[in-house]
Design a protein around this ligand. Structure first.
Ligand SMILES: [Zn+2]
Length: 232
């Protein structure tokens, strides 16, 4: 999935009350009881410019909230054999302090097989995760160019005439999966300065030195991500 966007998220507590159970049971073949399920929330992406110098628009967050329902929550292969044990049963956009955030509510069955994973979540060992999604448009805040069609010369995080460039991730196209990781999210390990979004190259223009290295690094990181997440 060349255009998959990965973002770090955090695991939070979620009680399994009757309202939540009703939503969970839309995903199941038989009605589960509160004792049979373990629920948790993921505070995923928000509408603020993040460390990748990207920002989800509110419309994108709303779109992702429904697209993520029913999607699998994958466990880091470092942690388990990688079998799917959890699923997103509800998504919503929550506002706090002027920030709009996508919150995904997830459930997993309480079984002998999942007990270890549940303990890891409850004790905070598994608290980082990443969400994978795709968007329709990636809009440059400086010139408005849609990077999925044509890459412009502006680099996210750089300043142009007093304005710092960021990319607006606009229009939810698809939601793929959520991955719980046992180590701090890989997505945060390195800041990708010159990320590519799949658009055609902008016309050749002279660039200051150093950009080539940055670009190569970004491409290498993206290739790694594609391998890791089963690119098509
Ligand atoms: Zn631009």
């Amino acid at each position: 999935m060349a255009n998959e966007i990965l973002k770090a998220a955090h695991v939070e507590k979620q009680a399994a009350n009757d309202g939540e159970l009703a939503l969970i049971n839309r995903q199941t073949l038989r009605a589960l009881t509160a004792e049979e399920v373990y629920t948790f929330r993921l505070a995923a992406c928000d509408n603020q410019v993040d460390r990748d110098s990207e920002r989800f628009t509110e419309a994108t967050l709303e779109g992702l909230a429904s697209l993520f329902v029913g999607k699998p929550v994958l466990m880091d292969h470092l942690w388990s054999a990688g079998t799917q044990t959890a699923r997103v049963y509800a998504g919503s956009v929550e506002a706090s302090g002027g920030v709009k955030r996508l919150v995904l509510r997830c459930y997993m069955p309480r079984t002998e097989k999942t007990a270890e994973t549940i303990t890891a979540i409850e004790t905070g060992i598994l608290r980082e995760c990443s969400v994978g999604c795709a968007v329709e448009r990636v809009i440059c805040s400086i010139c408005g160019a849609n990077q999925t069609e044509t890459c412009c010369r502006h680099r996210p995080g750089r300043e142009y005439d007093g304005q710092v460039c960021h990319m607006d991730l606009d229009g939810a196209r698809d939601a793929y999966e959520v991955s719980l990781v046992a180590v701090p999210a890989q997505a945060e390990a390195g800041i990708v300065k010159s990320k590519r979004y799949g658009g055609k190259e902008a016309p050749e223009v002279p660039e200051e030195s150093g950009d080539d290295e940055e670009l190569k690094m970004a491409q290498a990181i993206q290739e790694q991500e594609e391998k890791r997440y089963g690119g098509m």
